[in-house]
Write a protein that binds this ligand. Structure first.
Ligand code: ATP
Ligand code: MG
Length: 139
């Protein structure tokens, strides 16, 4: 089933000029980048995006990190894109990520872990709508 997921290339990756390398892993996995924009997230955007983690001890640090440098927000399309991209990203903690995954290849720590990917199709729709309109997405 063709579906869409939302991706963010995080500040630790943009800072190290890894946008192209991350995109190569995404495309090699059969996912198509159907929308993409480089932005500097505002504090309000980051707080809203990660509001599900508001009670977690790392929330403040996470918001600070996500606003510390530009990010690249993306919409990815493909067969089972949500699950497929989670696979391609690897475990949240790079120490536990499988070989060949983006986080194993590039992430610096559990917090500065290079990429975000939606965890469900329902959340993908919500997250895409926070950053893109239908007209931005060219499938
Ligand atoms: P993401 O939502 O970014 O795709 P994820 O779904 O693998 O990652 P979550 O549990 O949703 O992981 O955590 C969201 C983000 O919060 C992580 O990607 C990471 O940047 C940060 N984070 C999670 N756990 C920790 C932690 N123990 N310490 C610091 N930061 C953390
Ligand atoms: Mg998550």
């Amino acid at each position: 089933m063709t579906e869409r997921t939302f991706s963010i290339i995080k500040p630790d990756a943009t800072r190290r000029n890894l946008t192209g390398k991350v995109n190569a892993v995404i495309e090699d996995a059969g996912l198509r980048i159907v929308a993409q924009r480089r932005i500097k997230m505002t504090e309000a955007q980051a707080k809203k995006f990660y509001e599900v983690h508001a009670e977690r001890p790392f929330y403040g640090e996470l918001v600070e990190f996500m606003t510390s440098a530009p990010v690249v927000v993306q919409v990815l399309e493909g067969d089972n894109a949500v699950a497929r991209y989670r696979e391609v990203m690897g475990a949240t903690n790079p120490a536990q990520a499988a070989d060949g995954t983006i986080r194993k290849l590039y992430a610096e720590s559990v917090g500065e872990n290079s990429v975000h990917g939606s965890d469900s199709a329902e959340n993908a729709k919500i997250e895409i709508a926070q950053f893109f309109t239908d007209a931005d997405i060219v499938g």
